[in-house]
Write a protein that binds this ligand. Sequence first.
Ligand SMILES: [Zn+2]
Length: 71
Amino acid sequence: MPIRPQPMRVRCPHCHWHTIVAPRSDAIRPREWVTQCPRCGHDDLERTPLPSWQGSLVRLCERWFDVFRAR
Ligand SMILES: [Zn+2]
């Protein structure tokens, strides 16, 4: 069984933009993975794995969003 990557907090050390990426599977789609800051274009972003409780919260929110999208 493939292991799902941990949700991560991605932060730009240059302009302090940040986001959370939570890949749904080990096949990561481009939309779910950022390699460059969308605000300033800096491409050396800091990645911090979320603590597991926060990760669970992100998963829960994702499920809610899926419900909304399915309507
Ligand atoms: Zn930036």
